[in-house]
Design a protein around this ligand. Structure first.
Ligand code: ATP
Length: 229
C-alpha cells in the first residue's frame, strides 16, 4: 500500500533521514521504533508531505512524491500528530465534524461513535476536559471520519496509563479489522509486539533492522535498554 524508496531529509545542514526505504502492506499495523531524535517524527511528517524530502513515496501504486499534504490526505493518508491537535475550546462532536471529509472513505459520525463509545458519552465535553486517552481516541477518530485509509500515528500511547494503553491497542485492532492500515511510532516494544504485525528499528535517520513480533519479544530487554526506557 505504501512504498518508500531512498527517502532523505534535512533540517538546514543537519540530515535527519538517510535513504529510508520501507513498505507497509494493506491492512498491516507496522511500528517505527527508535531512540529520541532517531528521525521517527520527521519520517511521518515527510510521508504526509509536511516536511521536504528527496526519494520517492508511492501510495496504492501511485507516485505521490510531488504532492502536498492536502492532496495526500485526499488519497487517504491521515496524520495523527503527537500533540493530538485537538481544538481545546470545541466539543468532542465539533472536533469530529469540523475537519472536511477529505479522504476516500470517510466514516459517519454514527460509525465513529460505534467504534469509540467513550467519545459518544463525551460528545458535548470540550477538548480541555478530556483525559489524555480520550484525546488520543478523538485524534484517531477524527482522521478516520475524514476518510483516511492509512494512519500515520505519532506515538499514540505516550504518557498514558497501562489501562488506557490497552484500550488504544483494542482500538488499533478494531481499526485494522475495518481495513485501515497503520504506521505508528511506538517506544513501548512490549505493546508494539502485541498490537503490530512488523517493526522497523530506526537509528540516526536510517532503518537499521526489520523485526517480526517473535524477534521483538525475544529481544525485549535489549531493545528497552537500547531505547533508554
Ligand atoms: P522524538 O521521539 O524525540 O521526537 P524522533 O525519532 O521523532 O525523536 P525527530 O523528531 O524526527 O526524531 O528528529 C530527528 C532529528 O532531527 C533530531 O536530530 C532532531 O534534533 C532534528 N530535528 C527535529 N525537528 C527539528 C527542527 N524543527 N529543526 C531542526 N532540527 C530538528
Amino acid at each position: 500500500m505504501l512504498r518508500v524508496d531512498g527517502l532523505s531529509s534535512w533540517y538546514g545542514e543537519a540530515q535527519a533521514l538517510r535513504e529510508v526505504s520501507l513498505e507497509v502492506g494493506k491492512g498491516e499495523i507496522v511500528t517505527l521504533v527508535g531512540r529520541n531524535g532517531a528521525g521517527k517524527t520527521t519520517l511521518l511528517r515527510c510521508l504526509m508531505g509536511l516536511h521536504p524530502a528527496s526519494g520517492t513515496v508511492s501510495f496504492l501504486d501511485e507516485d505521490i512524491t510531488a504532492l502536498g499534504p492536502h492532496r495526500r490526505a485526499r488519497r487517504g493518508l491521515g496524520y495523527v500528530p503527537d500533540d493530538r491537535g485537538i481544538y481545546a475550546t470545541l466539543s468532542v462532536e465539533e472536533n469530529l465534524l469540523l475537519p472536511p471529509e477529505t479522504g476516500p472513505e470517510p466514516w459517519s459520525l454514527e460509525r465513529v461513535y460505534e467504534a469509540f463509545p467513550r467519545l459518544r458519552e463525551r460528545r458535548r465535553f470540550p477538548g480541555t476536559k478530556l483525559s489524555g486517552g480520550e484525546q488520543q481516541m478523538l485524534a484517531l477518530a477524527r482522521v478516520l471520519r475524514m476518510g483516511a485509509r492509512l494512519l500515520l500515528c505519532d506515538e499514540p500511547t505516550e504518557g498514558l496509563s497501562p489501562l488506557i494503553v490497552a484500550q488504544i491497542g483494542d482500538i488499533l485492532r478494531e481499526v485494522k479489522a475495518a481495513g485501515v492500515t497503520v504506521l505508528l511510532i511506538e517506544q513501548n516494544v512490549h505493546f508494539a509486539a502485541t498490537v503490530a504485525d512488523r517493526h522497523y528499528l530506526l537509528a540516526e535517520g536510517r532503518i537499521v533492522e526489520s523485526l517480526d513480533n517473535d524477534e521483538v519479544r525475544e529481544r525485549e530487554h535489549e531493545l528497552l535498554d537500547y531505547l533508554g526506557i
